[in-house]
Design a protein around this ligand. Structure first.
Ligand SMILES: Cc1ncc(COP(=O)(O)O)c(C=O)c1O
Length: 411
């Protein structure tokens, strides 16, 4: 074998996805023992352990025509999908956003494809994307694959609030160092912590980005909203949170990352979108130009059935109403688990990071051996830098009190 069979840039590539690997270990142990708690899976499950399927999604899937399943999807997506995704994301503020911004929606292979394309096109090779120190680890893979790196700021201050001071310091520093600033914020319902930024946080973030943009430095804001529909507060609150973006300066590009996996439980279909917003038409023209190219150049087009199911839900009032009813059920399920976890943690004296919604709760720990200690007790979680991530999305309520007491013993 040639020692140089792999291109130089790919030599250090090795997928070390502890999330996928640990999930598999958990499944294997669960097949052997009845008491295993698997808190690793970032997919919403029913109490009985089956995945939460939206019936309207299922119904539509079986009604698609051959063309709607088998044909190639258009690179630019269907109008039903693209306009629908925009309207769903911005909700009652959609018209206002259409009036204030130029925009375009580029369908991608899940939120993952959207983030990956954005990293690739809006940085020079070797540059860094700024994000909080607690993050969904595949961002590292998207970055490496795009020839860029990550730089972190501290997510929390001493009161467990979003750390604006550190964000501002690191943003100014990085912008100065590389004459570009690309920021990634996964909000609302951060994975792994469940943090939701406040309106004040967003206002300050936007003010800092404007300040940097005014020094003639390109600024890109990536907002990953994968869990937007699962905030504990009303769904309208997540839409109101976008209002701060209206103050963005004209030269800034915001890319909002939509995921069909989380909103519709279409995890396996690989459908999502990059929603580009800017007050400058020129910037949106660039966004479209490089976005279209990368869709074709990296994965050709997206899942035709995935795009059609979502497009139909967004354009048919009856389907949309059905979906919204089921979403209420999904949110209730998650909220009940989250509330039970928080109240058990309170009762048993387990300190946790503030959980405000989404699929995950995080507990800080100094125990370097936490993963193995928990496995010995038949509990699987995802260990991350200084914390463990618990997927409430895949737990059932009955497991929670025992899980909390085992966690309390080891953190
Ligand atoms: C924070 C975050 N962003 C984006 C995604 C992307 O998901 P998908 O590519 O399935 O749309 C995920 C999936 O787990 C996630 O946790």
């Amino acid at each position: 074998m040639h020692s140089n069979i792999v291109g130089r840039h790919a030599e250090s590539k090795k997928l070390q996805s502890n999330i996928l690997q640990i999930s598999q270990e958990a499944k294997a142990m669960k097949a052997k023992y009845g008491d295993v708690i698997d808190a690793t899976v970032g997919m919403l499950h029913h109490e009985k352990g089956n995945v939460f399927k939206y019936h309207v999604v299922e119904e539509l899937l079986h009604k698609l025509s051959d063309a709607e399943i088998y044909h190639y999807a258009p690179v630019r997506g269907t109008k039903a999908f693209s306009e629908g995704a925009f309207n769903w994301v911005f909700g009652k503020h959609s018209d206002l956003f259409k009036e204030k911004f130029h925009y375009s929606v580029i369908p991608t292979t899940g939120g993952s494809g959207a983030i990956s394309n954005t990293f690739f096109n809006f940085n020079d090779f070797g540059q860094k994307v700024l994000l909080p120190n607690h993050y969904w680890t595949p961002y590292e893979n998207f970055a490496f694959e795009a020839g860029v790196d990550l730089k972190t700021f501290k997510m929390y201050d001493e009161n467990n609030h979003f750390n604006l001071a550190d964000f501002k310091e690191k943003a100014r520093e990085l912008a100065k160092e590389q004459e570009r600033l690309c920021v990634l914020l996964n909000d609302p319902c951060n994975n792994p912590t469940g943090l939701c930024m406040t309106e004040e946080d967003w206002k300050e973030v936007v003010a800092t980005l404007n300040e940097i943009s005014r020094t003639n430095i390109p600024v890109i804001l990536i907002q990953d909203i994968a869990y937007i529909d699962y905030q504990e507060k009303d769904t309208e609150v997540s839409r109101d949170a976008f209002l701060s973006l209206l103050d963005l300066d004209p030269d800034i590009l915001a890319v909002v990352i939509f995921s069909g996996s989380k909103t519709f439980s279409l995890y396996g279909f690989r459908i999502g979108a990059q929603i580009g917003l800017s007050k400058s038409q020129d910037i949106i023209d660039h966004f479209i130009r490089v976005g279209d190219y990368s869709v074709r150049g990296r994965f050709s087009s997206v899942s035709q059935p995935g795009m059609n199911i979502i497009g139909k839900i967004f354009t048919d009032k009856e389907y949309l109403a059905k979906f919204q009813d089921e979403l209420v059920e999904a949110r209730k399920l998650l909220k009940e688990r989250g509330s039970l976890f928080v109240s058990e943690a309170g009762k048993q004296g387990l300190k946790m990071l503030p959980y405000l919604g989404g699929f995950f709760i995080s507990i800080e720990t100094a125990n370097k051996n936490i993963f193995q200690d928990l496995v010995n007790e038949h509990v699987f979680v995802i260990p991350m830098e200084g914390l463990i991530r618990i997927a409430v999305s895949s737990l059932n309520r009955e497991e929670i009190p025992r899980l909390v007491s085992i966690l309390k013993k080891h953190v």
